[in-house]
Ligand binder design. Structure first.
Ligand SMILES: Nc1ncnc2c1ncn2[C@@H]1O[C@H](COP(=O)(O)OP(=O)(O)OP(=O)(O)O)[C@@H](O)[C@H]1O
Ligand SMILES: [Mg+2]
Length: 662
């Protein structure tokens, strides 16, 4: 008994033993171990994340330099589960000495320490992709960059040393190489088999990684398509591993306005940060520190704060003791400041969003709405929403060849699972309907489908009307970047689900996405996007953001509801008219027999009357959503700006000749 208790209480290691094991962990070791935090949790997602980090950087760099972005994305299979990703841009390029640090060191970048709207913010994205490539294939990252037409291309082969989080340069005796901008240079490029698309300035990154290429939801193809919607000013050339090439051409030739950098707003500041800022400050007085370090602090507000905290405004900030910093902090919390200025956020814009949406999602009705800027935790943000209705589902657009490739790429266990996970908005009911009409079994494995069955499946996919079985598609964006994972954890999805779409004419089970052929796009633009994790996939639930989301969704919802009501009314009246017309011939015959009134004249009069009574059936809605013919405008409500309505098929013509012969 006593032996056991002695055993229980035995010291297993001493503080000295433990001290031997305690040592620093480098960021790169940490993230190599926790690669899922950065979006490298499985080979399929790793491919997407790599492309995304490179493309997002390219777009940021082009826009910051005021260049209309043109991007080349090339994915090539190099072995079983191995792919080479090449992304090039026509951006400003990167100067020689910065290249190794940017691509070979985690947490190195230009965006973290500033409050300015951009796609990247953490300084980790592209070097993490390079590190993942190195860990999984052993291949270093290759970078080429050129800053002007006559300057050489700086060419680097870089391997990150994960122990020290430092770059090792493998070419040019550890110095990198310069490839001259002339015929000699072109020969070197050809000889060394370096890929480079001729541009005056720009950067190309090549990373080889362990990955899996699979189309459908959450794929690179989807990312590029959705990026094109929210960035109508970019051109992308995409070669996929199957050798297909796609081009997304820009629909607007103007860059979005340049977002301004702002200083932090005092209301967002935390005590520790305030203390740190004061300690690091070079200002000579507290007054100047307050006015220069924060936005919206005028000298008079600063004086007020100093007085309320009982600190002389001329004191040097570094010399103020901690207890007084705390006092200062509480006074700041109680002070009333003007809201942050909002010229630091650049929304896509209602018109541009409408154009982008119309281009990629076909349909009958489109509306967009942008909310005025608002603030969370001191950070300005803005919400915009677009809605498209009536488009054919993605399953209608797939070709036989692509379907075959998708089936072979898929790791879904059953056909039903394949359909639901591949096509946006395709729910279980719709999947079952397709499978039934193709005379297949829902549980058959996608890999075991025979060629004949494949043709039947393709026909069903193309021909079935799935509007009832479809669920609303929600495209989420943060600073123009599509968010493709963790939909359930994202505030955007949650807000869409919790809105009552029944009042706008859609079927919906409470708390779920509504049904119908509807696509909703939601964009959050902010100087700092509150992601739930480093992999930047879902937006955290700040109440201020939720409120704005709800208001924006309601704004497009109301317009959509009006459209649905009006469309139903036109349809109803058309049906009423066709019933009238069916019997008018008979009525005219009978009456003319009774009172000898000329039958044809009578029929014309009756037809005119029917036409007048069902005049709404003739309402045709124009481009702006208003009825084209104002005289028969029965509903004075206007859809407002930024609505597109495509020609409707509900209109019925009066077939006069048929009736007279009846
Ligand atoms: N194609 C490019 N052209 C010019 N500069 C680039 C390019 N790619 C990266 N950079 C520079 O390298 C820095 C680091 O890029 P990285 O992707 O690692 O971080 P980030 O974009 O700042 O933030 P995040 O981790 O959120 O992506 C960027 O901040 C930018 O200054
Ligand atoms: Mg980045």
């Amino acid at each position: 008994m006593s032996e056991i208790s002695i055993e229980k209480n035995r010291r297993r290691s001493s503080a000295d033993d433990m001290a031997k094991l305690q040592k620093e962990i480098s960021v790169s070791e940490f993230f190599a171990q926790n690669r899922h935090l950065l979006g490298f949790d499985n080979p399929r997602k790793a491919l997407l994340t790599t492309v995304k980090e490179a493309v997002d950087n390219s777009l940021d760099a082009c826009e910051e330099a005021g260049i209309l972005p043109e991007i080349w994305v090339h994915i090539e299979q190099t072995g079983k589960d191995k792919y080479k990703v090449g992304v090039q841009d026509n951006g400003p390029g990167i100067i020689k000495k910065q290249i190794p640090l940017i691509f070979g060191k985690l947490l190195y970048g230009s965006k973290f320490h500033r409050l300015r709207m951009s796609r990247g913010q953490q300084g980790i994205g592209i070097s993490a992709a390079g590190m993942y490539g190195l860990l999984t294939t052993g291949k270093p990252i290759k970078v080429m960059s050129k800053v002007s037409q006559r300057k050489p291309i700086h060419y680097y082969v870089i391997r990150m040393d994960t122990k020290s989080n430092r770059p090792d340069i493998l070419n040019g005796n550890g110095e990198g190489e310069d490839i001259p901008a002339n015929d000699d240079g072109r020969k070197i490029i050809e000889k060394q088999e370096i890929e480079w698309t001729e541009v005056n300035h720009g950067t190309r990154v090549i990373i080889e990684i362990e990955a899996k290429y699979q189309r459908g939801r959450g794929s690179v193809d989807e990312y590029l398509e959705q990026t094109a919607i929210a960035n109508p000013h970019i051109t992308v050339h995409y070669s996929d591993p199957d050798g297909n090439t796609q081009h997304f051409d820009r629909v607007v030739d103007l860059l979005p306005p340049e977002p301004k950098e702002i200083k932090p707003h005092p209301l967002g500041i935390e005590l520790g940060r305030l203390a740190h800022m004061m300690h690091e400050s070079n200002e000579t007085s507290l007054l100047r520190f307050l006015t220069e370090s924060f936005s919206k602090v005028s000298p008079s507000i600063a004086k007020q704060i100093c007085a309320a905290a009982g600190i002389n405004s001329k004191t040097t900030p570094q010399k103020i003791p901690r207890s007084e910093v705390e006092k200062l902090f509480y006074v700041v919390q109680e002070t009333h400041f003007p809201l942050p200025s909002t010229d630091c956020i650049v929304p896509i814009g209602e018109e541009q969003l409408l154009k982008g949406l119309h281009k990629v999602v076909p349909g009958q009705f489109f509306a967009t709405a942008t909310r005025p800027p608002a603030v969370y935790r001191g950070n300005p943000f803005q919400i915009e929403v677009g809605l498209a209705y009536g488009g054919a589902p993605a399953s209608h657009r797939v070709s036989l060849q692509v379907l075959e490739e998708m089936l072979s790429e898929s790791d879904a266990r059953t056909l039903r699972q394949f359909l639901m996970s591949t096509f946006d908005g395709l729910g279980m009911d719709a999947a079952d309907k397709i499978i039934k009409s193709a005379r297949l079994r829902p549980r058959v494995s996608p890999k075991n489908i025979e060629p004949k069955e494949l043709t039947r499946l393709h026909e069903s996919l193309q021909s079935l009307n799935l509007s009832e079985g479809q669920t609303m598609n929600v495209y989420r964006y943060a600073n123009r970047v599509p968010l493709q994972f963790q939909a359930g954890a994202c505030l955007i999805t949650q807000t869409v689900q919790n809105l009552n779409w029944r009042s706008y004419g859609l079927n919906q089970t409470r708390g779920q996405l509504p049904r119908g052929a509807v696509t909703v796009i939601v964009h959050l633009a902010s100087v700092w996007v509150p992601f739930t994790s480093e992999s930047k996939e879902a937006i955290a639930a700040y109440p201020e953001i939720q409120k704005e989301l709800r208001l924006a969704l309601q704004a497009v919802g109301r317009k959509f509801g009006m459209f649905m009501k009006r469309r139903d009314k036109v349809k109803q009246e058309a049906e009423r008219r066709s019933i009238f017309l069916r019997y008018l011939g008979e009525v005219a015959n009978a009456i003319s027999r009774i009172n000898k009134f000329e039958r044809d004249t009578l029929l014309n009069m009756l037809t005119d009357l029917a036409r007048q009574k069902t005049v709404v059936a003739d309402v045709k809605l124009g481009e702006n959503g208003k009825p084209v013919d104002d005289e028969i405008l029965t509903d004075k409500n206007d859809f407002g700006k930024n609505v597109i309505i495509n020609d409707q098929t509900t209109k019925t013509e009066i077939p006069t000749t048929d009736i007279t012969s009846a």
